[in-house]
Each structure stands twice: as C-alpha cells, then as structure tokens.
Design a protein around this ligand. Structure first.
Ligand SMILES: [Zn+2]
Length: 367
C-alpha cells in the first residue's frame, strides 16, 4: 500500500497521527479504554450500555483471541483530522453543552461545563472516530480490520444526531480516497437497525461510493433526502425475524458487490437489530447476528475485497457478549485472524510508510 505524495516525496495532506505503521504482530483490531463513557453515574441516565466496548475486549481476552499486546491502540482524531469532513461551524457548535446534550441524547449534559463534556463524552467519541480511520488503513493492508467502537452513521459533515457526534465512516473513506493509492471506490453495507443518514448525506451524488442500507423504516431518522444516496435500499417492517432477515442480508450483500466491485467495504454492524432492543424494533436472535456478520465477511473474502467493520448501535446489557461471540465465530470460520490475511489478491499490498504518517514508528502502541 502506498500513500500519495507530491513531486518532492512529501505528503500533500495534513500530518495525521492516525496513519502510522502498525507492527505486523498486531491483529487489526482497534480499541482504546477511552472508548467507554463513564462519568459520575451519568451513563446510567442513558438507555445505553456505554461501557459495551470494554466488555467486548474483556470477552475476547477471556477467550484468548487477543491480549493487551496484540491489538491496536486507537488514537484520538485531531481537529485537523475532523476537518477533512466536518465544517468549522459544526465543530464550533460542539463547544455548547446543550448542542452535545441534544446530539448524544443525554439531557443532563446541558448543565455541565463544556470542558467536562469535551473530556468525558466527546473525547471518547473522537477516540472511536480515530479508531475507525486507523482501521480503514489497516483493512487495506491486512484484508480486514475491526474497530470495536465507531459506526456513528447519523452524523454528517455539518450535523450530528442519534448519539453520533462525528462522521467516522465518511472520514475513514475520505482518508482512504485522499491518501491511499488504488482506493477509489467504496461500498458501505449498513446493517444497523436505523437508516444511515449521516454517510448518506455526505456521499449524496458521489459516484465513488455505493451504499446498501437495510433498516427498520418505521423508526428514526426517516430521512427522505438522505435516502436518495442509497443504491440498494432494503426497508424492514416491525418484528422482522431471522429467516427473512438473513435471506435478505445474503441476497443484497451479494447483489451489491456483484453490481459494483469496490476497493474497500465498510460494514456498519449495528446490533440494535436484536430482539428486545428498545429502539430497533426488529426481532433478530443472537445467533442471527453472528450468522449475519459471517455472511458479510464471507462475501468480502470470496471476492478478495478488504473489509472494515465498525460496531455502531445496540446497547443492551447482552450486546457486548454477542459482538464478542460474532468476532470469535469469524475467527473460527477462517474469515479473520492470521490466516485470513494471506488471501489471494492482497499479498501484493505492502505497507509503505511515508512522511504523511506524522510520528511514524511511534504512532502505535499495543493496548
Ligand atoms: Zn441504530
């Protein structure tokens, strides 16, 4: 993989800490303890399990798939990184606690000084956003990558909402388009229970990005304008169950990848499709979620297309266990892990570090 440069061999883009080299001994699983939002019990006021990311990591460690040393530590996206997609006006608006309270749906944030909101809520979200951007590069290098957080698919360049304050999916794709040779087409497979109106608004009219979105059409956000960006729209009804759901996942992921062959797949693997989710309104079993992720990874692997997975929505108490079980199943099926990296079509992709990586060499440390 080579990073774009100007005639003098210098990066033509801003210096970022998110594109440094990763030791080959690390699995392309990205996480940081800062992902988790905990603050004076505030997290308990939200219907979300805002510590789910740390629990996923704990379960994966218990099963001895990962250790503190062999995963990749996420870095916080800087303001310059965010400005690749976000407007100054939007980032400035996050300096008002009431704006953040509205976006994250945590009303008590209104009364907190913004420095605390920045530190306890926005910083975790910026670190998860950095993680998605890092995982984009890793997916191209290794064939697959998982950011244990991210998937803020309701946020676009100038508007947040639905707990999403930064447009990490758009950012990861734009970073790849701008900085990595050979990446000029992306497919987003968005299987969170909600419509992904953020990346849809960002890529409306952009022919480089193919969007497949499968969601409960009766719930938030019902964004008709954004729907125009969806190339393959699959609208589900209340209470959709495994057999119908999985049939549609297979048909439409295969169909999307047959229609356009992308250089990268971004898979938004929201788990709010789970039966009993207070927001999603669908009735998919834990086994159904595990099978769904397997179908998508298999479709990518069969075609030799790199895949980046983000975990997105789904915050029930049992969600973390299901995400961990699904990642373990992907390993068992040979779809991720050391062997999955040696697939056809990817062996020629060799990491080539340039000045664009900023603090190259020290950019990444294991968690
Ligand atoms: Zn959702």
């Amino acid at each position: 993989m080579s990073v774009k440069e100007d005639n003098e061999g210098k990066s033509i883009f801003h210096q970022t800490n998110l594109y440094g080299s990763i030791p080959p001994t690390c699995l392309p699983i990205v996480y940081h303890p800062d992902y988790n939002i905990t603050f004076m019990g505030l997290e308990k006021l939200h219907p979300f399990d805002s510590g789910k990311w740390g629990k996923v990591i704990r379960f994966l460690k218990e099963e001895q798939f990962i250790t503190d040393e062999n995963i990749v530590e996420a870095r916080e996206a800087s303001e310059e990184d965010l400005l690749v997609v976000h407007t100054k006006r939007y980032l400035g608006s996050l300096k008002w606690s009431f704006v953040v309270a509205t976006i994250t749906e945590i009303p008590p944030l209104v009364i907190l000084p913004n420095c605390l909101v920045q530190q306890r809520v926005l910083r975790p979200l910026r670190t998860q956003t950095g993680g998605t951007i890092m995982a984009g590069k890793l997916a191209v290098e290794r064939g697959w990558a998982i950011n244990v957080g991210g998937g803020f698919h309701h946020c676009s360049g100038d508007k947040g909402g639905g707990f999403c304050a930064y447009a990490d999916i758009t950012l990861a794709i734009k970073f790849l388009f701008e900085r990595v040779e050979g990446i000029s087409r992306a497919t987003i497979i968005d299987l969170d229970a909600h419509q992904g109106n953020g990346h849809e608004r960002d890529f409306l009219g952009d022919t480089r990005v193919f969007i497949m979105d499968m969601y409960n059409h009766n719930i938030y956000p019902g964004d008709r304008h954004a729907k125009r960006a969806i190339k393959r729209k699959v609208e589900l009804d209340w209470g959709t169950e495994d057999s119908e759901y999985l049939q549609k996942v297979e048909l439409h992921s295969e169909g999307s990848l047959n229609e356009v062959r992308p250089d990268i797949i971004v898979y938004n693997a929201g788990t709010d499709i789970l039966d009993g989710d207070p927001l999603g309104g669908l009735s998919i079993s834990p086994q159904g979620i595990v099978k769904r992720d397997e179908i998508v990874f298999r479709a990518a692997k069969q075609r030799g297309i790199p895949i980046l997975m983000v975990t997105s929505g789904g915050y029930q108490k049992k969600t973390a266990r299901i995400i961990a079980d699904s990642i373990l199943n992907l390993r068992q099926q040979g779809l991720i892990g050391a062997k999955a990296m040696e697939r056809e079509g990817l062996s020629q992709l060799v990491t080539h570090l340039t000045q664009s990586s900023g603090s190259a060499g020290s950019a990444h440390t294991a968690v």
